[in-house]
Design a protein around this ligand. Structure first.
Ligand SMILES: *Cc1c(COP(=O)(O)O)cnc(C)c1O
Length: 427
């Protein structure tokens, strides 16, 4: 169907249920606003990502990026599907351990590891991804005090041809810092060098960038073998695959521009095969994909509070979910669907949240059927980063639930109450 002024009808069909469970019922039972996750969708996302990579490359391992969504009920699905944990703080490390992940299946990234974090990681056999030289020296101290040898990888940043090159994390490839650090680690002789890691950015729409990164990393791994005589267990290409959201200022919608897992996998695998490893000596390929695996499994259901006219006559609609719950509305134009049948009358509206703050705008321009107080909306693709970056501000945070594969619903995170907030206060 050709899109008309307001897109295709499919885009605007009312969303009456999530995985067969009625939106009205969900909101009646669990309140509004309400975050809803689809268990089915999480499984199918990780399964198709695994299939895309493992049909093209012999040794593939996914590691779930905790900061993308560290609700236990979400993490456990990824672990059930065989994903390791990728953590970036002592808090996330502890959360992964409490989810039953073995230390030897945890990758510890990030620029802020404390000495205590490093001690714990060493004792548990966690893979420590070194970000900077101060961290390397601290780890060397820890190694002297501990009986286990630390397992490490070096975080590398590199030019993958992207207009914004991330060089804040890790050691640069092109200027030789990464190589110097790798040689230093081998020379020190105290740490077990297991891999190299990079994470070129986030929401990367270019598969070419992954091809460049994969080839540079594979060449580096081969060089480590040839010159330093260390065979690396793995190359970790981080995360960054785009989800189906639409970036602000993007002409085409997210689903039309985001490469598929097959596209990314084809680019990565063919790039690694350009580097002359013996097949039996190919390093394991680790992927820390976050948003692309969870974004479209998450919905935010919301209720219309009021309508009004701006000074210039534009329709303003105020809903009960604000930017404190939906951080990603600062950079995405989230797809919004009405959750009940609607009239044929559409109007461009500005959609505001409930906060008494001028910046609380969910969509600046969106064409929607006329909605009345009490009507419901479904905001799509909210599964990544919102339930970790959300903030208690002015309102209390709502329930987060999961619609399970058998149609049952369970709470993943209970709505906040006033006493939750006051419990931490002291007079
Ligand atoms: C945030 C992060 C990820 C996940 O990134 P996405 O863009 O959500 O895929 C993976 N690895 C590291 C090191 C990260 O910091």
């Amino acid at each position: 169907m050709l899109p008309g002024k307001v897109g295709t009808d499919a885009y605007l069909s009312p969303v009456l249920d999530i995985d067969g469970v009625s939106v009205d019922r969900l909101m009646r039972d669990f309140g509004s606003p309400l975050f809803v996750f689809s268990e089915q969708k999480i499984h199918s996302n990780i399964q198709s990502a695994k299939r895309a990579f493992s049909t093209r490359y012999p040794k593939v391992q996914f590691a779930w990026s905790y900061k993308t969504n560290y609700l236990d009920g979400v993490c456990k699905i990824f672990h059930e599907e065989g994903s390791w944990a990728e953590v970036v703080s002592g808090f996330e490390l502890e959360k992964a351990l409490q989810n039953g992940v073995d230390g030897s299946h945890i990758l510890f990234n990030g620029p802020s590891k404390t000495k205590e974090d490093l001690q714990k990681a060493v004792r548990l056999g966690v893979y420590i991804h070194i970000d900077n030289l101060d961290e390397l020296y601290l780890l060397s101290e820890v190694a002297d005090e501990e009986s286990e040898r630390p397992k490490v990888a070096v975080r590398v940043n590199l030019d993958a041809g992207l207009s914004q090159q991330w060089d804040r994390f890790g050691f640069n490839y092109e200027n030789g810092q990464a190589w110097d650090t790798l040689s230093k680690i081998v020379e020190m002789g105290k740490l077990d060098l297991k891999g190299i890691h990079c994470h070129i950015g986030t929401f990367i729409l270019s598969t070419k960038a992954y091809a460049v990164a994969a080839e540079k990393m594979a060449r580096l791994a081969l060089e480590v073998f040839q010159k330093l005589r260390v065979r690396l267990e793995y190359i970790d290409l981080g995360g960054g695959f785009a989800s189906h959201n639409t970036l602000k200022a993007s002409y085409l919608g997210g689903p039309d521009v985001a490469p598929s897992f097959d596209d990314y996998a084809e680019a990565v695998a063919s790039a690694i095969y350009k580097v002359p490893f013996k097949t039996s000596e190919l390093p394991m390929l680790i992927l820390e994909t976050g948003r692309a695996l969870i974004d479209d499994a998450g919905y935010l259901l919301s209720t219309v509070l009021s309508n009004k006219r701006s000074a210039t006559g534009r329709r303003y609609t105020v809903i009960d979910a604000g930017v404190n719950l939906l951080f990603t509305s600062f950079w995405y134009d989230h797809k919004i669907s009405p959750a009940q049948p609607y009239s044929k009358y559409f109007e461009d509206v500005t959609l505001f949240g409930p906060l008494c703050m001028n910046i609380d705008m969910i969509r600046e321009f969106v064409c929607l059927p006329l909605l009345n107080r009490g009507d419901h909306l479904v905001i799509h693709n909210v599964g990544a980063y919102n339930v970790t970056q959300w903030m208690q501000f002015i309102t209390l945070r709502p329930n987060v639930i999961m619609v399970k594969r058998d149609g049952d619903c369970s709470i993943l995170h209970e709505a906040e109450t006033l006493s939750d907030i006051k419990r931490k206060e002291c007079l």
